[in-house]
Design a protein around this ligand. Sequence first.
Ligand code: NDP
Length: 486
Amino acid sequence: MRDVQPAGSHFVDGHYIDDPAGRLIECIYPATGEVVARLHSATPAIIELALASAVRAQKEWAALRPVVRGRVLRKAADILRERNQELSELETIDTGKPIQETLVADAASGADALEYFGGLIASDTGETIPLGGDFVYTIREALGVCVGIGAWNYPTQIACWKAAPALACGNAMIFKPSETTPLGALKLAEILILAGAPAGLLNVVQGYSDVGGALVTDPRVAKVSLTGSIGTGRKVYAAAADGMRHVTMELGGKSPLIIFEDADIDSAVSAAINANFYSSGQVCSNGTRVFVHDAVRPTFLARLVKRTANAIIGDPLDEATQVGPLVSEAQRNKVLGYIETGKTEGAKLLIGGRVPPSQNSGFYIEPTIFADVTDDMTIAREEIFGPVMSVLGFTEETDVITRANATQFGLAAGVFTADMARAHRVIAKLEAGTCWINTYNITPVEAPFGGVKLSGVGRENSRAALDHYSQIKSVYVAMSPVAAAY
Ligand code: NDP
């Protein structure tokens, strides 16, 4: 395997730096369990360098014409695309996701975000509000220094989805990856410098939650965008509230995928597979509660199991591999625990549920399907974040909507039906921020992405993201002298 040890643990003020006094972070290749890089958590000295250089870079960057900022982001997008093979291999080593996924989903979607926001920002002007002589004009201003904190499932994409709109709006960003996957975001910081961004504009600092905590509470920080679990979201949101900082929270889910009796069954099976087993199920918006109408459930399950049995599990660096390992031993053990709970609580295991016998190293679990799942079972209520699909039955539209909404989460939802009136009627009643009709988990940068209820606050991607990385200044202009009462 190629050497992935970075030149330093952190990328700050335009170059790699390190401080060996920081706590050790071992980067483990999930397919074998071997340590592939050793990094250090940021010390207070590194955090200070990151904050000071970000404050400096942000002022310089915000003073540029938006079209010039956009050009830098679009150049970075081009470099990401040119280096897609190398970056995809790194992402696979960092996360264990199959290279056939990372080649199309990670640096590629990151490049889309940089291109989209780079192209959008120059036309994102304020407005003029006529008042019959006097008028008001508005300016969309940057917030300042933003902090991005990422989860481990899409380290490069998460860094890009946060940095692209933040930087487009004239902010600087300090990004802290999950300590499980520290490598991808460093490359983004390096590439932005090659594209012409000022040193310090995107700093990447590694660390455990104490580093994230120190960044979130620093008075120089104006905004925090977190992708992570609801538990972490609560802590970070509360810490940010103290300084009245802006937040974006992209948190977990337990999303419903509802398949009606008139759906294209093969298409619905494909969607259920993608919505549960892509990235070994480590996707926040996954449709992990698959509600299938009783009239088609036997057919659906038969085809689903047959196709799942054909999944190629193996070395994620082999382009033929369709299912790789989970990100870490801890995550694998957590998911195996949920599978045991599913069995104990009476769900019917149709396929999978084991560590594949062919994989004697690494953190693999077979794609797993449970049928006869009921709403009260643990596997139907809690986010598992692994390759575990729960299939539930239903007959009535109103009943399935009520059951789909009976959760604290509200990230995503999907409906499969040939009846478009029904599709729109059902979607309108589902409590979810990101929805699909006759497909699942497609997240183009042009579309808003985010959750309702405990799944999140704010939106990533699309024009909507600009609102979350900027603030509006309103300027009243008087055209005549001021009169006063005395
Ligand atoms: P965690 O919530 O454990 O961690 C997320 C990030 O927050 C990590 O970088 C973590 O650092 C950091 N962190 C933890 N505690 C604090 C704190 N007190 N202050 C500041 N930062 C902190 O999530 P995972 O990494 O385990 O990712 C899985 C979760 O992410 C799932 O719930 C999933 O649904 C969600 N997710 C949501 C997405 C969305 O867009 N809605 C997309 C992808 C994932 P450290 O790792 O060092 O603890």
